[in-house]
Design a protein around this ligand. Structure first.
Ligand code: TLP
Length: 346
């Protein structure tokens, strides 16, 4: 059976064009910085995000970790959202590997942290306190519904960081989705940030890899730390070749995934037994919803039943689901999903 896979955009497989580019990629030893395909990808990423330099890393998690390790010393504090991937889903890497202390602030329903709370949580100089070094935001904000933080908000946070001598990092795993939804360039969107991590292997469809971008000194230090944590890769130009197609071609088609997520949301409004988020579709590629109280099935049972109908979904809480659209979900896939959910929850 051919499955419609809505578990995440991380499930995307490379396109035939990517596979061809991977087969033909010129490669070299990237620890010697000798891989021409990786070098070209890094240059392109830096240029697109308007920063001095970029580094190819195996995963988004490693990219975020390196950013934290460069910006902070042991015992320093980082302001993060309490629903951020860095805080919830990166195995506590900042504390375990960096001795960095998280200061979680509540993510509002729109994904933001309140500006006043950010200001109030910056530590004052006191022998009892940690030293605040960094503010991290996530855009799009995954757990809040794949919502987009607007450019003006990022500017306001950038200003707070600057006024207080703090660094500002964006976990932009899906920053191209955010920019597409806002209809502005990624470069303009991330201008207030010192560093940004974004993923090639989600909506941008590459099989492996993320990019960390920032100033030249920052990236040089990150390259050193990447080696330390075992992320120095050798002939990984075969992966970068796919990443180049992500940047050149996939970054401009994300509106299609957003339109399908909206269609999915609208269709779900007609399915019995679901509680959709009141604020409506997220404007990017995610749809979250809960099972209504009257539904007797557990989330695991719904997952299993949906599989029988050829649709893969994943739960995101005891009664909650997240569906994610991407390159390999077409209009027929959206239709099939709605039919299947209707049948499972009838
Ligand atoms: N997110 C995955 C899961 O880990 C939850 C997903 O399916 O959404 N930042 C954000 C905002 C992310 O959503 C993710 C992955 C990452 C970082 C980490 O990227 P990887 O998986 O490449 O380490």
């Amino acid at each position: 059976m051919e499955f419609v896979d809505l578990r995440s955009d991380t499930v995307t497989k490379p396109t035939p064009e990517m596979r061809e580019a991977m087969a033909e990629a010129e490669v070299g030893d990237d620890v010697y910085m000798d891989d021409p395909t990786i070098n070209a990808l890094q240059e392109k990423a830096a240029e697109m995000l308007g920063k001095e330099d970029a580094l190819f890393v195996p995963s988004g998690t490693m990219g975020n970790l390196l950013a934290l390790l460069v910006h902070c010393q042991r015992g320093d504090e980082v302001i993060v959202g309490d629903k951020s991937h860095i805080y919830l889903n990166e195995a506590g890497g900042m504390s375990a590997l960096g001795g960095i202390h998280p200061r979680p602030l509540q993510n509002q329903a729109d994904g933001t942290l309140l500006l006043d709370e950010i200001r109030a949580s910056i530590q004052t100089e006191d022998v009892h306190h940690t030293i605040t070094r960094l503010i991290c935001l996530e855009n799009t904000q995954n757990v809040c519904g794949g919502v987009v933080l607007p450019a003006e908000y990022l500017q306001a946070v950038g200003k707070i960081a600057q006024e207080n001598g703090l660094a500002f990092h964006i976990d932009g795993a899906r920053i191209f989705n955010a920019a597409a939804a806002l209809n502005i360039s990624v470069k303009d969107l991330v201008a207030p940030a010192d560093s940004v991590m974004f993923c090639l292997s989600k909506g941008l469809v590459a099989p492996v890899g993320s990019m960390l971008v920032g100033g030249r000194k920052f990236i040089n230090r990150a390259r050193h730390l990447r080696k330390m944590v075992g992320g120095g890769m050798r002939q990984a130009g075969v992966l970068a070749a796919a990443g180049m197609i992500s940047l050149e071609k996939m970054s401009t088609r994300l509106g299609q995934d957003h339109a399908r997520a909206k269609k999915l949301f609208e269709g779900l409004q007609q399915v019995r037994g679901l509680k959709l988020d009141a604020f409506g579709p997220s404007s990017t590629n995610m749809v979250y919803f809960d099972l209504a109280d009257e539904v007797k099935l557990s989330v695991n049972q719904v997952v299993e039943e949906m599989k029988k109908h050829g649709v893969l979904v994943d739960w995101a809480g005891p009664r909650r689901f997240r569906l994610v659209t991407h390159y390999w979900v077409d209009d027929a896939g959206v239709e099939k999903t709605l039919q299947a959910l209707g049948a499972v929850l009838k």
